[in-house]
Design a protein around this ligand. Structure first.
Ligand code: PRE
Length: 267
């Protein structure tokens, strides 16, 4: 099985993907990863979806709403960042926007004068540090190799820092089995109580929601696509009933059922 994830080698996405496939290729953006699976080029794609400190990875949410794929597994992994550089004197810290944000308090406290440089991934930031002694990278300490020093470990602002990744597969592999299910809903209408209406089918059947997120639809200001995750599988009668009701409520738009899946914790 081949899989596509965020590169270059050494990203947290790469580490999560090792739990899923042996044959791993890299892309520069999560949109390209989801596209690689939707077009049939790859069997699996692994994208970060949510972090415990910084929240949603919005590019991943949008790619899931725009492309036709299934979600077949989620991988949750602790994120423990290190500061990697050639020397202790650097002017710039390069890393993924999410990683910079997860270490915001640390950077403000310890390096108030350095410039932060968002790059495509943590491993890309570490590459920048390898090429340029005035740059430090934030990433997994295993990326240090022989030419970079780990200046400090565990620099994330909370020790409980963790990221949730979704494993995407071709739409034909959508499964009804699993303890969680994800939906993307575009109601294409707006009235008082709309969100309440969308959530009631779950509440009435005693189905717990694990996440609700709204993203702009891009159609017009104030118009949203909703990402809903529930703690129930599509194989359950109560879930089937809730989906039918959801589809009725959103009948001017669409409901995309991404599938049911289980969670794996990877360290
Ligand atoms: O840059 C990486 O190493 C990634 O895999 C991306 C990513 C993210 O987008 O959230 C993954 C985990 C961490 O939260 C930081 C960055």
């Amino acid at each position: 099985m081949n899989a596509l994830t965020l590169g270059p080698e050494g990203t947290y996405s790469h580490r999560a993907t090792q739990a899923v496939a042996d044959d791993i290729d890299f892309a520069e953006s999560v949109t390209a990863i989801v596209e690689g699976v939707a077009t049939g080029e790859y069997d699996r794609g692994v994208v970060p979806i949510e972090n415990s400190i910084e929240g949603s990875v919005t590019e991943s949410l949008d790619a899931l709403a725009d492309q036709r794929v299934a979600v077949v597994r989620e991988v949750v992994t602790p994120i423990r960042h290190s500061l990697l550089a050639q020397t202790e004197t650097f002017e710039t810290v390069a890393s993924h926007q999410q990683a910079l944000a997860q270490c915001r308090e640390y950077l403000n406290r310890e390096y108030p004068d350095v410039v932060t440089e968002p790059v495509a991934s943590t491993a890309r930031g570490v590459e920048r540090a390898r090429e340029d002694s005035s740059v430090a990278g934030i990433g997994h300490p295993a990326n240090a190799g022989d030419d970079l020093r780990v200046l400090e470990s565990d620099i994330q602002d909370r020790s409980s820092n963790a990221t949730r990744f979704l494993v995407v597969a071709p739409e034909s592999e959508r499964s009804d089995a699993g303890g969680k299910t994800s939906f993307v809903v575009y109601p294409n209408t707006n009235h008082p109580g709309l969100l309440l209406d969308l959530l009631e089918p779950f509440a009435e059947r005693d189905i717990n929601l694990s996440r609700v997120e709204s993203r702009p639809s891009g159609e017009r200001l104030g118009d949203y696509v909703f990402h809903i995750d529930i703690e129930a599988g599509l194989y359950e009668e109560r879930t089937k009933g809730a989906v039918t009701e959801l589809e009725e409520i959103a009948n001017e738009g669409w409901v995309r059922v991404l599938g049911s899946y289980d969670t794996e914790h990877v360290v």
